[in-house]
Design a protein around this ligand. Structure first.
Ligand SMILES: Cc1cc2nc3c(=O)[nH]c(=O)nc-3n(C[C@H](O)[C@H](O)[C@H](O)COP(=O)(O)O)c2cc1C
Length: 174
């Protein structure tokens, strides 16, 4: 069984998880920008990781737009984000709806991990986007619990990556 971990990262959190997963499984690992769909098809098991940006899994369309070609593969998609992993409502509704418009295919399983955000590393565009989002949420008259959480998360500053968290994905692949 050949396995590959593909990752797309902006600040390194997803790459860190990809390295941990590839190390545990002793499999290939590649940056998404260095691989094409035809090369991915050579593998039986595909693990794809991307950071969450406004609920979009960075780069996952590489897989979602090719699902017909990938229907016989075992696929794990992992996300890294700042939303706590027990926020299943958020994950199931927003993240799944935005990234898997036709629903999650049977051969795909999703995993979510907490990533990192260091304010000192953020691009100006991202810093501005977070400021705007925070202002928007703060302007709401009756913010929902999720909106309150988002206001807090806009100020997050730290590396919360946790190697132990990948145990569920490793077990699923093995
Ligand atoms: C502009 C911006 C938008 C973000 N949107 C989300 C989001 O929708 N959900 C979430 O859980 N985390 C969100 N995050 C946090 C990132 O997903 C988190 O920092 C992740 O670990 C980044 O992964 P990477 O470094 O591999 O790109 C956002 C961060 C930034 C800077």
């Amino acid at each position: 069984m050949s396995t590959i971990v593909i990752y797309k990262t902006k600040y390194g959190a997803t790459k860190k998880y990809a390295e941990w997963i590839a190390e545990e499984l002793g499999c290939d690992m590649v940056d998404a920008k260095d691989i094409k769909i035809d090369d991915i098809l050579k593998y039986d098991t595909i693990i794809y990781g991307g950071g969450l940006y406004a609920e979009i899994i960075n780069g996952v369309h590489m897989l979602t737009k090719n699902m017909d070609k990938l229907k016989d593969k075992k696929i794990a998609v992992f996300t890294t984000g700042l939303t706590p992993t027990d926020c299943r409502d958020y994950y199931d509704k927003m993240v799944i709806e935005k990234n898997f418009k036709l629903g999650v295919p049977e051969n795909v399983k999703l995993f979510n991990y907490v990533g990192k955000m260091l304010v000192s590393e953020l691009s100006l565009v991202h810093r501005t986007a977070l400021k705007t989002l925070k202002k928007l949420m703060q302007g709401k008259e009756n913010p929902t619990d999720m909106e309150k959480l988002l206001i807090e998360l806009c100020d997050a500053d730290g590396d919360f990556c946790d190697r132990e968290a990948i145990a569920d994905l490793i077990e699923y692949i093995r």
